[in-house]
Design a protein around this ligand. Structure first.
Ligand code: ZN
Length: 135
């Protein structure tokens, strides 16, 4: 069994944003040399998350961030967490901290309209993601 473990650094620039990391993940897959297997992107953070969604219309990212904001608004008075970023923890918990993507013939089997996003909910920050490929 082949195994590759790499990392990606993402410097976010906004308090909340979705950063398309697909090209960088593909580059990490190429570095791994693994042709067939599974790739996992993992965010070892509590206020940032990983998701897969539409890669064409940026309004989709805005709609996702707005939907999360409506569900878990910043600055609401009912949070108990004293750091002031309870909304970011809750949003990250909802989105999740990893995605796994099948790899075939050295390529990610993403759908035509899919991209991989790092979701920042408490930025800007420097984030470090883990990319693991097993084949
Ligand atoms: Zn916190």
């Amino acid at each position: 069994m082949a195994f590759h473990h790499g990392s990606l650094e993402v410097a976010t620039t906004k308090s909340q944003e979705m950063v398309d990391i697909t090209k960088r993940v593909r580059a990490e897959l190429k570095t791994s040399g693994i042709q067939n297997g599974i790739l996992t992107v993992f965010a070892p953070h509590t206020t940032g998350a990983i998701t897969i969604n539409e890669n064409t219309d940026p309004d989709v990212q805005t709609d996702i961030l707005n939907a999360l904001e409506r569900a878990v608004p910043q600055g609401a008075k009912y949070y108990k967490h004293e750091e002031g970023n309870a909304h970011a923890h809750a949003k990250a918990a909802v989105v999740g901290f990893s995605e796994s993507i099948p790899v075939q013939g050295g390529k990610l089997l993403l759908g035509t309209w899919q991209a991989i996003y790092f979701c920042e909910f408490d930025g800007p920050r420097n984030r470090k993601l883990t990319v693991t490929v097993v084949g």
